[in-house]
Design a protein around this ligand. Structure first.
Ligand code: ZN
Ligand code: ZN
Length: 426
C-alpha cells in the first residue's frame, strides 16, 4: 500500500487536452469509492496546481454528495523550485508544522482526507541532493501529527491520480506533449476502471474479489511465503497474527473507503527477523528522483545483508542505512501479472501505480492494521510479533509472469498460491 503523501512539489496548471468526462469520472470515483464521503463530512484535499481541473471537479462532486466544507491546499512546481534556487541555506531545515497540526486538528474533528497525485516524479532530481534530503527530513518530522490518523486508519482517506503534462512528459519523453498527456490519460482511465460501463459498480466487484482473496489467506494462516522466479528464491516469514488486507476497508470512524485508486494488491506484515534467500527486482525503482535499476538483494534472518543495483546502487544502500528497520521488510504484497496496471506496460514512476503492477515487498515500516488487533497494540507488542519499525516505507517490485508463490504452513505443508504470475484458484 502507499501512504498518505505530504503536500509537495507540483507542475504547471493547464486544462489543455484533458477530456472533461475523464475528470468527472475521476471525481465520482474519488468522492464515492475512494473516500465514500459522508453527508456533512468535511474534506481536506491536497493538490498540485497542475491537477486543479480535477480538484475543482472533485469539490463540486463533494458538495453534491453533501460535504460540509471542502478545503484545498495547493502546491506549485515553480514555487517549489524557487526555494531550491533562491532560499537561504537555513530554509532547508524548515517545514510548516503549524499547517500539519491544523490538518491533524481537522481529522480529529471528523474531516476526510484526499491527496491528488500528478507531480513531476523527477522535479527535484537536478537539485542539490543534501538540500533535498534535509527538506524531506524536516517535512517528514513536521508531518507526523497529520500522518498518524492516516497510518492508524482513524478516518476515511484516499489517493487519486490526475493526468498532468509534466508527469506525462516523464513517462513518454519521445512523444509530443499533447500525445504524452493523452497516453497518460488513457492509462489512468483503464487502470481506474473508468473504461467500464459503470465504474462504481466495477469497483464494488473488484473490492469483493480482493476481499475474498484476503479471507482465503487469513483462513489459511500461512507461516511463510516462498517466492521463486529467475534470480529469486526467497522465503518470507509472516508476522504472528498477521492479517491480509486489500481493496476497500473500514476506517476506525466506521466509513468503508478505498485508500488507493488504482489498487490490485493484497498485502500483509512479514516477520522482520524471518526473511531468507535472494531476490531480484522485476522493475526499476523510482526513489527521490533517482531510478534504481536491476536491484538484487540477499537476506539473512530478516536483514538485507547484500544489496546491489546496476544503476543507483549508492542511493539504494543509503536508503537501507536510514535506520535499523530500513534493511528489513515491512510489507509483502501479491499482485497477479494480469493486473490492468501490469498490462498497461508502463512505468509510472509513482508507487500508487507501480506497486500495483507486480507482487512486491517493502523495506521499512510495517502497517499495524495488517496485524490482528493492530489498532490496540503497543509499539512493543507490534515488534514482538515481528512487525518492523522505520522512518522509510519503500515498495519494490519482484513479481512477473515467471513467478511462482507458495504458502507454507507451520507443519511444512506447501500450498501453491500463484503459478506463472497468476492466482492458482479463481
Ligand atoms: Zn503494497
Ligand atoms: Zn507499501
Amino acid at each position: 500500500m502507499t501512504d498518505d503523501t505530504a503536500p509537495s512539489h507540483p507542475p504547471l496548471a493547464t486544462e489543455h487536452g484533458l477530456d472533461p468526462s475523464l475528470l468527472t469520472g475521476l471525481a465520482r470515483l474519488a468522492v464515492h469509492v475512494g473516500l465514500n464521503l459522508q453527508p456533512g463530512q468535511d474534506l481536506v484535499m491536497t493538490t498540485p496546481t497542475s491537477a486543479l481541473p480535477l480538484a475543482r471537479a472533485i469539490t463540486a462532486e463533494a458538495y453534491r454528495a453533501g460535504a460540509g466544507l471542502v478545503s484545498a491546499l495547493v502546491a506549485d512546481r515553480d514555487m517549489t523550485l524557487a526555494r531550491f534556487q533562491h532560499a537561504h541555506d537555513a530554509s532547508f531545515d524548515k517545514a510548516p508544522d503549524w499547517l500539519y497540526e491544523a490538518m491533524a486538528k481537522a481529522y480529529e474533528n471528523g474531516a476526510a482526507r484526499l491527496a491528488l497525485v500528478g507531480e513531476d516524479p523527477f522535479l527535484l532530481a537536478q537539485q542539490d541532493a543534501s538540500k533535498v534530503g534535509r527538506a524531506n527530513r524536516a517535512n517528514a518530522a513536521a508531518y507526523r501529527p497529520a500522518l498518524a490518523p492516516i497510518a492508524g486508519f482513524h478516518i476515511n482517506w484516499s489517493i487519486i491520480p490526475c493526468p498532468t503534462p509534466d508527469w506525462a512528459q516523464r513517462m513518454f519523453p519521445d512523444h509530443a506533449p499533447d500525445d504524452a498527456l493523452t497516453l497518460l490519460a488513457q492509462a489512468i482511465r483503464q487502470t481506474a476502471r473508468l473504461d467500464q460501463p459503470d465504474p462504481v459498480a466495477a469497483w464494488a466487484r473488484h473490492n469483493e474479489n480482493l476481499a475474498r482473496r484476503c479471507q482465503m489467506l487469513n483462513a489459511a494462516r500461512f507461516d511463510s511465503l516462498h517466492f521463486q522466479a529467475p534470480g529469486t528464491d526467497l522465503r518470507v516469514g509472516l508476522a504472528e497474527g498477521h492479517f491480509w488486507q486489500g481493496g476497500a476497508s473500514v476506517a476506525r470512524n466506521g466509513v468503508r473507503c478505498n485508500p488507493n485508486i488504482p489498487t490490485e494488491e493484497v498485502f500483509t506484515t512479514p516477520h522482520a527477523a524471518r526473511v531468507d534467500g535472494y531476490v531480484r527486482a522485476t522493475k526499476p525503482l523510482s526513489h527521490h528522483g533517482t531510478l534504481i535499476e536491476e536491484i538484487e538483494m540477499r537476506f539473512e534472518a530478516g536483514r538485507a545483508v547484500d544489496a546491489r543495483a546496476t544503476c543507483g546502487g549508492d542511493v539504494l544502500r543509503d536508503m537501507l542505512a536510514t535506520d535499523e528497520g530500513a534493511a528489513r521488510l515491512g510489507e509483502v504484497a501479491l499482485v497477479p501479472h494480469s493486473s490492468p496496471v501490469s498490462q498497461s506496460g508502463h512505468l509510472f514512476f509513482n508507487t500508487l501505480f507501480d506497486e500495483n503492477a507486480a507482487s512486491h515487498i517493502a523495506m521499512g515500516q510495517c502497517y499495524a492494521s495488517c496485524l490482528e488487533g493492530g489498532d490496540t497494540l503497543t509499539k512493543e507488542e507490534i515488534l514482538a510479533r515481528g512487525g518492523n519499525e522505520s522512518l522509510i516505507h519503500v515498495d519494490w517490485m519482484i513479481g512477473s509472469g515467471q513467478m511462482n508463490v507458495d504458502g507454507v504452513q507451520a507443519d511444512g505443508e506447501v500450498v501453491a498460491l500463484m503459478h506463472a504470475g497468476e492466482w492458482v484458484t479463481a
